[in-house]
Design a protein around this ligand. Sequence first.
Ligand code: BG6
Ligand code: MG
Length: 217
Amino acid sequence: MAEIKACIFDMDGVLVSTEIYHFKAWKRLTETVLGFSIDEKFNENLKGVSRAVCVDLILQHAGLHKSPEEKAELAAQKNKWFLEYVQTEITPANVYPGVIDFLKSLKQKEIKTAIGSASKNAPLLVEKLGIKPYFNAIVDGNMITKAKPNPEVFLKGAELIGVPPENCVVFEDAKSGVEAAKNAGMHCIGVGSPEILTDADFCIRSFTEMTVERLRF
Ligand code: BG6
Ligand code: MG
C-alpha cells in the first residue's frame, strides 16, 4: 500500500463552485458571438483544459475556423465575462462545504497540500477566497505550457512540495484532470459522478464525506 504524503487539488469545481461561471461565460460567447449553443454534456470536455484549448474545442464542435487573432479575441471576451461573474458572485462562502475542515485535518497529519489548476485566474481566486495559507504550493495556468490530460501541472506541484508522484493523490472534477493525474503516476479521487470520472480510484460527491483515513490505495 502506498503511503499518501501529499494531496494535490484542482481548483475550479473541486475547491470552489467557479465551474458554473466558466460554463456561463462560454455559453454566452457561443450564443451571442458565434451563433450556436453548447450544453452541459459538451461542457464536460471544457472542464480542466486551458482557455486556448477550450476555444479550439468549441470551434471544432461547430465546424468553424478562425484566425489566431480572432481566437485570442474570443478567449479574451470569455475571460472578461468570467471575471465579471467572479467579481460579483464569488466570496469565501463559495469554497465548497467540507474543504476547509479537510485541509485542516491534512495539516494536523503533516500531509502536504498543493493546488494544480489550469486556470490563469487561480492566483486571483485563491486570494479572493482566502485559502492561500492552507497550501504549501500553488501551480496555475501561467506556470505550465501543456494542458491536462498532460501531467505537467501535477508533476510540477509534486516537485515543488518534494513528494514523489506515487505518494500523491489528486482531487479532480474533470475527465481531462483525472487522466492527467493518472498520466503523472498519481492516485486520483474524483469529485463528482463516477459515471463521468470513470478512471478515478473512487469518487466523492462532497468533501463532507472525506477523511484522512480514506486516503488508502
Ligand atoms: C480550469 C477550468 O480549471 O481552468 C476550465 O476547469 C478553464 O474550465 C481552465 O477553461 C482555464 O481557466 P482560465 O481561468 O485560465 O481561463
Ligand atoms: Mg476542475
